[in-house]
Design a protein around this ligand. Structure first.
Ligand SMILES: [Zn+2]
Length: 301
């Protein structure tokens, strides 16, 4: 090879390497982003959003569609549905809401330290509010946001059923120790499937689910229709298929989730596992093998 050809091929190679390095191997859905006092998001974080129905509220597209379906179903089942009083809030807006609440307490004679403490129990600091993700919604029967929402028919319905639409009641009463936010039966957060079911069935708040994933690294979840496998990784560097989704957790890693329909899995195991129990055991073994292979790959890098 001539010197010029060698230089040229080295150049082409380096361009290819750069392209590979900058290629986006996955799309971060952001759906599992943990946002709280200890896990903040930056002031300039603005998610992709759509207008919710014909209102002036903005939401994540999937969350908006699911919310519409849920409120329609409530209307049919209960004869009425709560209305939306808050969705996406920008960092600046959160700052205004927070400061206004602190200032009004101070004006009413509350000591500044106590005012901040009181406000922080229900209103997150700017950057610590999940309303900035466009995945959180406040619902109300009458415009107020009070704990007695849970005493209403709508409040009870939401607690029992919102997981079927991909939502969770984000700040349960008994989870304040983890969320650092007081009980808010009106505040729901979109996570989508299978996560809303997983949290509901295990009685976990989002902090607990993410801690579980960080500790155990992976999980298999079966919902009757699909089998979901998910794992926690600091480096989701692979190229995934359309059945796989990746979300940043905003807490030191990503959760990679793959959905397989129950039927396709039965064909994968080729009739060898006739019973559900056998299938589960096989799935578990497959996962362990995959995880081991993945761990080796990571070490190789
Ligand atoms: Zn809220």
């Amino acid at each position: 090879m001539t010197k010029a050809a060698a230089v040229l091929s080295a150049f082409i190679l380096s361009v290819l390497m750069c392209v590979t390095a900058f290629a986006e191997p996955y799309v971060d859905t952001g759906i599992l982003k943990l946002v709280n006092f200890a896990h903040r998001i930056s002031a300039d974080y603005v998610p992709e959003m759509v207008r919710f129905e014909d209102t002036s509220y903005y939401l994540n597209e999937e969350a908006a569609a699911s919310l519409s379906r849920m409120l329609d179903d409530m209307e049919k089942e209960l004869g009425h549905a709560p209305f939306v009083v808050s969705t996406y809030r920008s960092y600046e807006r959160q700052e205004q809401v927070y400061n206004r609440d602190v200032n009004s307490a101070v004006e009413n004679g509350v000591d500044i330290a106590d005012a901040i403490k009181g406000t922080s129990r229900y209103i997150a600091l700017p950057g610590a509010s999940e309303h900035q993700t466009a995945l959180a919604i406040d619902l109300s029967n009458d415009g107020s946001l009070e704990e007695n929402f849970i005493e209403s028919e709508a409040g009870v319905w939401i607690r029992e059923n919102c997981h079927r639409y991909g939502f969770v009641v984000r700040y349960p009463k008994e989870k304040e120790v983890y969320t650092q936010i007081g009980y808010e039966p009106w505040h729901i957060r979109y996570l989508g499937q299978p996560f809303s079911d997983i949290l509901f069935e295990n009685d976990w708040c989002l902090e607990e689910f993410i801690a579980h994933m960080k500790r155990n690294r992976y999980m298999v979840w079966e919902d009757g229709e699909n089998i979901w496998t998910m794992y926690f990784t600091e480096n989701p560097g692979a190229v995934y298929d359309s059945n796989t989704m990746v979300s940043d957790t905003n807490s030191g890693g990503y959760i990679v989730t793959t959905r397989r329909s129950g039927e396709s899995l039965i064909s994968v195991v080729d009739g060898a596992a006739k019973t559900r129990k056998d299938m589960r055991i096989r799935l578990y073994a497959m996962n362990c093998a995959n995880m081991a292979a993945g761990a080796e790959d990571e070490q190789a890098e």
